[in-house]
Design a protein around this ligand. Structure first.
Ligand SMILES: [Zn+2]
Ligand SMILES: [Zn+2]
Length: 197
C-alpha cells in the first residue's frame, strides 16, 4: 500500500514524501498512526543521522492488519509503539539492562537498523528499503512493526496523549526510578512552605 511520511536527508532538510508498505508478515502488524510526538532527538537526527530516514519515534495508532503469527493484537486495537523491545538473550538483557539491548536498542546505534525489528525492506522509498527513526518512523501515515513493538492500550486514551509514552514518558520515569532511585513518599523539602513538617 501507499503511505506518506516525513523523510529527512540527515543534512537538516525534511519533506513529505510517498512511501510504500508491504503487507504484514509473520508477527508483523500494520499500524495507521494516530499521533506522533516530537522528541529532542528528532531535532538532532534530522541534522546528524545518515539519511534518508523516516522521522519520529513516539507514536500511537490503530492496528489495520496483522501477520499470520500475531496472537495478541487484532485489527481495530489501539496501540502505543515501542522501540525498546528487548531480545531477552544478549549480554545486556541477561544483566537487566534491557534498555541497551545489543540486538534491538536504537539507543546504542543511533540512526541504524536494529535486527530485531521489522525488516528494512518492508517499507520503501523510491524503490529502496528506508531507515526509520528508532525502527518506527512515526511521522508517517502508516508503519509496520513486529508485535512486541505495539502495546495495546484502552480506546479512551487519546492518541495525542498515548504517543508520548513511547519515549518522553518512559525516559522520564526511567530517570526517576532507575537513575535517581526516588522512593515512594519522597519529596523535595525545599518545595515545602516554611514551618511545615
Ligand atoms: Zn525520543
Ligand atoms: Zn538483548
Amino acid at each position: 500500500m501507499k503511505g506518506k511520511a516525513i523523510i529527512a536527508d540527515g543534512k537538516g532538510n525534511h519533506s513529505l514524501e510517498e512511501i510504500r508498505l508491504e503487507k504484514p508478515n509473520d508477527d508483523e502488524v500494520l499500524i495507521a498512526i494516530g499521533a506522533s510526538g516530537v522528541c529532542h532527538t528528532d531535532y538532532d537526527s534530522i541534522k546528524h543521522w545518515p539519511g534518508p530516514f523516516i522521522v519520529g519515534h513516539e507514536g500511537a495508532g490503530i492496528v489495520l492488519e496483522t501477520g499470520p503469527h500475531v496472537s495478541d493484537l487484532k485489527a481495530g486495537d489501539h496501540v502505543i509503539l515501542n522501540w525498546a523491545m528487548p531480545c531477552g538473550t544478549c549480554f545486556q538483557c541477561l544483566n537487566g539492562q534491557t534498555n541497551i539491548c545489543e540486538k534491538n536498542s536504537p539507543v546504542v546505534h543511533h540512526g541504524a537498523y536494529n535486527a530485531g525489528h521489522a525488516g528494512l525492506e518492508r517499507t520503501t522509498y523510491q524503490g529502496q528499503g528506508i531507515l526509520r527513526s528508532f525502527n518506527l518512523g512515526t511521522m508517517s501515515t502508516h508503519t509496520i512493526v513486529r508485535e512486541p513493538a505495539a502495546i495495546k492500550v484502552d480506546h479512551d486514551i487519546p492518541f495525542t496523549s498515548a504517543c508520548i509514552v513511547g519515549c518522553g514518558v518512559m525516559t522520564g520515569v526511567g530517570s526517576v526510578l532507575n537513575t535517581a532511585q526516588v522512593k515512594p513518599g519522597s519529596r523535595w523539602s525545599s518545595l515545602e512552605p516554611e514551618g511545615s513538617d
